[in-house]
Design a protein around this ligand. Structure first.
Ligand code: SF4
Length: 244
């Protein structure tokens, strides 16, 4: 793990061109750190990803992945979800929390897909966001990962990080999505979402960012809000980056 001693060199009056250059350098560096970044929800079809993303609200992807094998084995089509026994489905999704609301969304989702889309998940943002339980975040996850249509996924990690990076000052997820979208090529949007979310989960944590072990510290105006000592910072890294 390389040590980081540089403090951020970000001008207060950064021009749009300089911001774009800095943001793209940070993206390249994050891509090098997490070349394997991907959607951490397990799925094999657009419907499975849509369901898993709805279940991921207020819980971890790891938690969702423990439940979905049972769910996906039992409910294979939109019609299966539409006709599900509510209590039975609630029992399966209970470990993900908010299980009554999530079950309600899944049953209504199945019905809406059958009624309006012949039981298929539509590959368009404007259609996806009309479905029960599906907002822009979920729609972009599905477009980017199940249909290969570039999308920026603004979840809590993504929003926190891009504000720390000084890429935007917006809080509203839709405005964040549009501002960040302007900084990057469209083809990079889905991978950008993955590497930023990976960085938030593994290094730039909400409470204790590991600034001293961060590959983009030299370009980050928030360097120093977390642990800057390289050895102590390395101990804060999560999952596969953690020292043995
Ligand atoms: S870990 Fe620190 S230096 Fe790295 S992106 Fe987060 S706030 Fe910036």
């Amino acid at each position: 793990m390389s040590s980081v001693s540089a403090s951020a060199t970000v001008s207060r009056d950064e021009s749009p061109v300089a911001l774009t250059r800095r943001a793209r350098k940070m993206y390249r560096s994050l891509h090098e750190r997490y070349p394997y970044a991907h959607c951490e929800l397990d799925f094999t079809t657009p419907l499975e990803l849509l369901v898993a993303t709805i279940l991921s609200a207020q819980t971890t992807d790891v938690g969702v992945n423990k439940v979905t094998p049972i769910l996906f084995a039992k409910y294979r089509t939109a019609a299966d979800y539409a006709g599900a026994d509510r209590v039975e489905m609630e029992t399966i999704v209970q470990p993900t929390g908010f299980y009554r609301a999530k079950t309600d969304s899944l049953i209504k989702l199945g019905a809406a897909l059958v009624e309006r889309f012949d039981g298929e998940v539509p590959p368009r943002l404007k259609d996806l966001v009309t479905l029960p339980g599906v907002g822009r975040k979920t729609a972009n996850v599905v477009l980017g990962n199940a249909f290969d249509i570039p999308g920026i996924t603004v979840d809590t990690h993504f929003g926190r990080l891009v504000r720390r990076f000084g890429w935007t000052e917006e809080d509203d997820p839709v405005k964040v999505e549009h501002e960040i979208g302007r900084l990057f090529m469209r083809k990079d949007w889905t991978m950008l979402s993955h590497v930023v979310i990976f960085h938030g989960r593994r290094t730039c944590h909400a409470k204790k960012p590991a600034c001293g072990a961060c590959p983009i510290a030299r370009w980050c105006p928030s360097y120093g809000i977390g642990e800057t000592d390289p050895v102590k910072a390395a101990k804060l890294l999560k999952f596969e980056l953690a020292p043995k």
